[in-house]
Design a binder for this molecule. Structure first.
Ligand code: KIV
Length: 272
């Protein structure tokens, strides 16, 4: 076995807490397959989320609701095979943990056993407290997710910023404290005002990872395909695009089609 591979210091929940305590920001991105996971792990990403956004990005569904546990496990297995250093967290999909803590535990154990991932993430606060506690009791690290929780999109009716009103903001604050008190190792805060993220950070000591939640979070997460410009139509204010791969890939494929049609490809040096 290669010693280089063995000498890599893997990211753990302990290390993530250390990073927060030392003021080092945590970088997190989604990945759903081996090739992308390998690239972003090699680039030094701290946490890889096998997000249920695979339902949108990989499968083309309008929401995250349709993706199944087995489909999430397939994505997670592929990601884990590409990763040497990053901490890999897998979303528990819709319908596999809400309202039934035994089912939640079974879903989390199935993910951990079959994928080799390092932890799970699930959406919600007090409503899913029993599920989180039961998963934690089996020694599985759990990450919370508050604010815009896409599995509840039909309750919200819109993907706009959450917790702008006092009642929702104060529930989010008490949910964050609850998640910390029962043992979540971190919390994703999605699409909430930056000042509310700051208020959460004053009450809670576990790492807060923001997406559209402003500068006061301890780290940031984005959907990889958004950052790379593969998902062209999605343009929320919080998104910074680093590449325009939709156009670049399309251009490469158009050139390939032209070369095949014209007989230019393959040329003499490209054949046996
Ligand atoms: O599924 C996902 O990609 C997520 C992120 C948006 C945090 O949950």
């Amino acid at each position: 076995m290669s010693t280089a591979k063995n000498s890599i210091k893997k990211v753990t929940t302990h290390r993530l807490q250390e990073m927060k305590d030392e003021g080092e920001k945590i970088s997190m991105l989604t990945a759903y397959d081996f090739s992308m996971a390998r690239i972003i792990d090699d680039a030094g990403i701290d946490v890889i989320l096998v997000g249920d956004s695979a339902s949108n990005v990989m499968a083309g569904h309008e929401t995250t609701l349709p993706i199944t546990l087995d489909q999430m496990i397939y994505h997670a297995q592929s990601v884990v095979r590409g990763v040497n250093r990053a901490f890999v967290v897998v979303d528990l999909p819709f319908g596999t943990y809400q309202g039934n803590s035994k089912k939640a535990l079974n879903s989390a154990i199935k993910i951990m056993k079959e994928s080799g991932a390092h932890g799970v993430k699930l959406e919600g606060g007090s409503e899913v407290k029993d599920s989180i506690k039961r998963i934690l009791s089996a020694g599985v690290p759990v990450m919370g997710h508050l604010g815009l929780t896409p599995q509840s999109i039909y309750k919200f009716g819109t993907y706009t910023v959450r917790a702008k009103e006092e009642a929702e903001a104060s529930k989010l604050l008490s949910d964050a404290q609850l998640l910390e008190s029962i043992g979540c190792f971190g919390i994703v805060l999605e699409k909430i005002p930056a000042r509310l993220t700051r208020a959460v950070s004053e009450l809670v000591n576990v790492p807060l990872i923001g997406i559209g939640a402003g500068e006061h979070a301890d780290g940031q997460v984005l959907v990889l395909h958004d950052l790379l410009g593969i998902t062209k139509e999605f343009n929320p204010r919080f998104l910074r695009r680093y590449l325009n791969l939709f156009d670049d890939i399309k251009m490469g494929v158009e050139k390939y089609i032209k070369d095949v049609k014209s007989g230019d490809f393959p040329n003499e040096s490209e054949q046996y």
